[in-house]
Design a protein around this ligand. Structure first.
Ligand code: TXE
Length: 486
């Protein structure tokens, strides 16, 4: 195989912060007021990677105060001026793309091929796209105002891309931000803070507070925040909805999924096989919209699964800096244990287990590409989000049965439909309960298209015009006199 990607520059970045990473508040790096810190690890080796500040109530207060002070002046800038800042950030991301990709791979465990070709370029594209919205927004949203100070809590599966999805539209719309990265993967966010400094972004427009769920809950409950945008588990989404209920805070939630991947008898089988590989083994299956439930029509099920198993054997799992690797490490031992527990539950419930016989590194958090076939629709394996490289499969006979199985889920994030009969595919697309539907394709993301879920996958959209509106409020209501007390 090819030589592994060099991590020299990334190690130098880590060494510069060997004394511990700090929060980024009001344009500068500051230690936690209470002095608490925590450690993170490299998933591929288990070695310690960084020490980070754990945000407490005083830190969140300071970040919110900085964001509040910066918000008026930021919103008063012309759309053109705000766009210049977003373009500058996009160019900074491109200039430091290699460093960002390597840091992301070290921190998360995902393959360098993906961070280099997908995560970081899509993040840059998100800033470019939203620089455009900052300019046209002046006319398009002339009857709207920014929401104000936004609290953003993001997960660990696409640490930098999720930062871009949250930060770019918020800034374009004239909001300022208090962002908390996930505790496993904060490093690209802190590197981004350095890039914001270098790009001359006004202090307080972006504030980054690191920490765990406790820090997150302080942000969710903070009275000085006007909106919360969250991506993560449905369980935490529920807690945040409770914490913000009745507070007047706006809220968007992008939560879990168990997305169906439906293959009809007349599908292009080669295409569908490559599609399912991308749907479930991209990013180790740690993807909210992963096609984790394969529904295949009975007549082709046996051949399809046989071919899929042969394709699984060719997937390479290993050190993520190796440029030939298809699947890297699972983010943390806790997640690895959760995946294994759910696979065992699937087997106990009667599913057949197939794991690709690929060699795994002796240490680090690795898990093989896994298929559970013949699962019962009501079983744990068919219903729970596994959030790992585990595909479950079921068969159906008729299109109606496919729709019934697809919708037999508490989630509704995405769906992928494969058939050469376009009328059938579009008919099914309209009947599947999902925020995003792909036909003869999967995992298509575009900064200009709204992404989000229905049912327990959450609400609100990210990307495009719909995404911009989530960071705006109609003008006028704030001038209305409060109703006299009864
Ligand atoms: O997610 P959490 P976890 C799913 C996936 C995974 C499971 C658990 O199934 O196996 O969730 O992962 C912050 N108030 N997804 O526990 O806890 C936390 O610090 C406010 C799907 O890591 O939801 C982090 O920044 N914030 C998913 C963020 O929430 C809180 C992506 C997400 O972490 C908080 C991740 C609280 N009480 C996990 N508790 C997707 N759909 O993309 C935690 N956080």
């Amino acid at each position: 195989g090819a030589a592994p990607e060099s991590d020299t520059e990334a190690r130098a970045f880590l060494a510069r912060h060997a004394g511990g990473f700090r929060h980024f508040i009001n344009g500068g790096f500051v230690a936690s007021k209470g002095g608490e810190t925590f450690e993170t690890f490299e998933p591929a080796t288990g070695r310690a990677l960084a020490r980070l500040a754990k945000g407490d109530a005083a830190d969140v207060d300071a970040a919110v105060a900085a964001a509040r002070k910066a918000q008026g002046p930021w919103a008063k800038l012309s759309g053109h001026q705000r766009a210049r800042h977003l373009y500058a950030l996009a160019r900074m991301i491109q200039r430091h793309a290699r460093l960002l990709a390597v840091v992301e791979t070290l921190d998360n465990g995902k393959p360098i091929r993906e961070t280099r070709d997908i995560d970081i370029p899509l993040a840059a594209r998100h800033f470019y796209h939203h620089a455009g919205w900052a300019q046209v927004g002046e006319r398009e949203f002339a009857d709207h105002l920014p929401v104000g100070v936004v609290g953003q809590i993001i997960p660990w599966n696409f640490p930098f891309l999720m930062l871009a999805w949250k930060v770019a539209p918020a800034l374009a719309a004239g909001n300022t931000v208090v962002l908390k990265p996930a505790e496993y993967t904060s490093l690209t966010a802190l590197l981004f803070a350095e890039l914001c400094e270098a790009a001359g972004l006004p202090p307080g427009v972006i504030n980054i507070v690191t920490g765990d769920g406790e820090t997150g809950s302080l942000i969710a409950a903070h009275a000085g925040i006007d909106k919360i945008a969250f991506t993560g588990s449905t369980e935490v989404g529920r807690l945040i909805r409770q914490a913000t209920a009745g507070s007047g805070k706006a809220l968007t939630l992008e939560l879990g999924g168990k997305s169906p991947f439906i293959v009809f008898e007349d599908a292009d089988i080669d295409g569908a096989i490559e599609g399912i590989v991308d749907a479930i083994w991209f990013n180790q299956g740690e993807v909210c919209c992963a096609g984790s439930r394969l529904l295949v029509q009975e007549g082709i099920a046996e051949t399809f699964l046989a071919r899929l198993k042969r394709r699984m054997e060719t997937l390479r799992v290993g050190p993520p800096l190796d440029k030939c690797i298809d699947m890297g490490a699972i983010v943390d031992p806790v997640q690895l244990e959760r995946i294994d527990r759910l696979v065992k539950a699937g087997v106990a419930e009667g599913a057949s287990l197939y794991q690709a016989p690929c060699p795994l590194p002796a240490s680090g958090c690795f898990y093989p590409p896994t298929l559970l076939s013949g699962v019962q629709p009501a079983s744990t394996a068919a219903q729970e989000e596994i959030f790992g490289p585990v595909l479950v499969s079921m068969t159906f006979r008729t299109p109606d049965e496919a729709v019934m199985l697809a919708n037999n889920s508490r989630y509704g994030l995405a769906a992928s439909i494969w058939s050469e009969t376009i009328g059938l595919a579009l008919d099914i697309a309209a009947k599947v309960q999902a925020g995003v539907v792909w036909v003869n394709a999967t995992n298509l993301f575009d900064a200009g298209a709204g992404f989000g879920g229905v049912k327990e996958s959450g609400f609100g959209r990210e990307g495009g015009r719909e995404g911009m509106l989530e960071y705006l409020k109609p003008k006028g209501w704030e001038k209305r006199k409060p109703r006299p007390a009864a």
